[in-house]
Ligand binder design. Structure first.
Ligand SMILES: [Fe+2]
Length: 143
């Protein structure tokens, strides 16, 4: 797999959204807006090194860890429902990723889940993981 032009558009849109949300919501996301922007740009870099979509987060996180990147864990765990790791930066990334479509179009979480179900099939692992992730993000935004 390789990073496509659409993936770059998606990553740039996630970067802009993360920077904006960090700047507007410092209590909820106590992170540096510039750092949030850089993470948004980098979060899908694993697509360049991974043969499989399912591996791209771990692969990208590992590559960035080797290079000493501060937020490699956020990349490593993004988009994956899990309880091994949590941080405000990871929540911000997952949220921005969930409201940004595959070519950088902003949408609601509901629309994004519908889009994933349409592209990968209802009940596919992509669909189930997106739903699980959305559920944990909703739980977070209530508190
Ligand atoms: Fe990703």
């Amino acid at each position: 797999m390789m990073i496509t032009d659409d993936r770059i558009k998606h990553s740039l849109a996630v970067a802009k959204k993360m920077k904006e949300m960090a700047a507007e919501n410092p209590d909820k996301y106590p992170v540096e807006p510039g750092a949030a922007f850089v993470l948004g740009l980098l979060h899908d870099v694993g697509y360049e090194f991974s043969g499989e979509q399912k591996e791209h987060a771990h692969k990208g996180g590992s590559v960035l860890k080797e290079q000493g990147y501060k937020y490699w864990k956020e990349v490593y765990y993004h988009g994956i429902p899990q309880d091994e790791y949590d941080s405000p930066m990871l929540r911000l990334l997952n949220y921005a990723d969930m409201i940004t479509g595959p070519a950088g179009e902003y949408m609601t979480i509901e629309q994004r889940i519908e889009d994933i179900a349409k592209r990968y099939g209802e009940g596919s692992w992509q669909d189930l993981e997106a739903r699980k992730l959305a559920f944990s993000l909703f739980a977070f935004s209530r508190d």
